[in-house]
Design a protein around this ligand. Structure first.
Ligand code: GLN
Length: 194
């Protein structure tokens, strides 16, 4: 059954949570910033924003978010990690730190574009969205390997995977919340309604 109304939280420990909240508000989605595990209780979806993944993961551990998010996922909550958020939810990283939460079956590499260029924009195709979307990459990770349950939602022209989905969990290596388009957020809301 598809839900008509959903409540979505944005994990507000560090990073650009405010920008995600603004996009959700512009879509008239019932949304909150999440600073305490209790605030997860009535959520249908959660966004872990971009920022600094080691800091975000340290705070996730400090406040006990990992088991709390896990049990919400088990009862059907959707989850979307953008950039540092994707790093935090990966199965495995090519780096030592942080210790990821293993919510999506993918191996992720941090700061992939770091040496050539720290930040750039690209117009890319995204599954289910007709027009190309503007994607902003800021010291972005990429997806190196996926298991066969994981769907690729978006790649760069050279085939580099930058957005994935496994059931109700998705990850994007770029920041759709600062582009003025709400298309990727709409995709996540539709996923949340399932
Ligand atoms: N490079 C950052 C990290 O590894 C992520 C950058 C971002 O979220 N924009 O945590």
């Amino acid at each position: 059954m598809v839900k008509s109304q959903v409540k979505v939280g944005v994990l507000a420990l560090q990073g650009d949570f405010a920008e995600h909240l603004d996009v959700l508000k512009s879509l008239k989605v019932n949304c909150i910033l999440v600073k305490k595990t209790e605030e997860l209780s009535d959520l249908d979806g959660l966004i872990i924003p971009g920022g600094e993944s080691t800091t975000i993961k340290k705070l996730i551990d400090r406040y006990g978010f990992e088991p709390a998010i896990k049990s919400k996922i088990d009862s059907g909550m959707s989850l979307w990690g953008t950039c540092a958020g994707l790093i935090c939810i990966a199965e495995k990283l090519t780096e030592e730190d942080p210790d990821p939460m293993k919510f999506i079956s993918a191996e992720v590499s941090r700061n992939w574009f770091g040496r050539q260029v720290d930040s750039f924009e690209s117009n890319i195709k995204f599954e289910g969205i007709e027009e190309n979307i503007k994607a902003v990459f800021i010291r972005a990770p990429i997806v190196k390997k996926i298991s066969k349950n994981v769907k690729v939602l978006s790649t760069l022209e050279d085939g580099t995977i930058v957005a994935i989905q496994e059931n109700k969990i998705m990850g994007t290596s770029f920041h759709p919340e600062i582009t003025g388009s709400s298309k990727v957020h709409e995709y996540f809301i539709n996923l949340t309604k399932l």
